[in-house]
Design a protein around this ligand. Structure first.
Ligand SMILES: [Zn+2]
Length: 163
């Protein structure tokens, strides 16, 4: 595996890209949450600039993690597919100021580094994407217990308010 530590600022400034596939077994914090350290995580990073000039990293992560269903207690393959925008700040104070200036929940402001560990970012992202209480969409033993209703998305709520 190539070196996953990059100069985060230069990576964005130069518009660099990197992508790869990492076995779950190589992500120790994810493997610890998984039923089995099986499956792979595909990831990609694109460096660039936010329309307001901030250095920005686009991260796309997808793959499968084996989790134990909390309803039937059987392992199943949980698919994740995330797309994140990370804006790099120079330090904690800059991160706070940037967060406030951007005021955009879709963007995560992180403290950048000249030794930014991309694999660490991937691992953080996978951990965040894992459900607290994983369940099969439909359990294999017949699945007579209905899945809990999904809460309305903010968009659906807005739509209802309009009508
Ligand atoms: Zn189940």
């Amino acid at each position: 595996m190539s070196n996953m530590i990059v100069d985060g600022f230069a990576f964005c400034r130069l518009g660099e890209q990197r992508e790869g596939v990492t076995p779950v077994a190589d992500l120790p914090r994810v493997a610890a949450e998984a039923a089995q350290p099986a499956g792979e995580i595909r990831w990609s990073f694109h460096g660039g600039r936010h329309s307001r000039g901030y250095l920005q990293l686009t991260m796309v992560v997808d793959g499968e993690v084996a989790l134990v269903c909390q309803r039937c207690l059987l392992p199943f393959s949980y698919g994740l597919d995330t797309h994140s925008l990370l804006v790099l700040a120079s330090d904690e104070a800059d991160a706070d100021a940037t967060e406030e200036a951007l005021d955009d929940e879709r963007i995560d402001v992180i403290v950048g580094s000249a030794a930014l560990d991309l694999l660490q970012l991937v691992e953080d992202e996978v951990l965040l994407a894992l459900p607290l209480s994983p369940r099969h969409p439909k359990c294999p033993d017949g699945g007579s217990v209905p899945a809990p209703e999904k809460p309305d998305s903010p968009f659906a709520v807005l739509q209802k308010l309009k009508n």
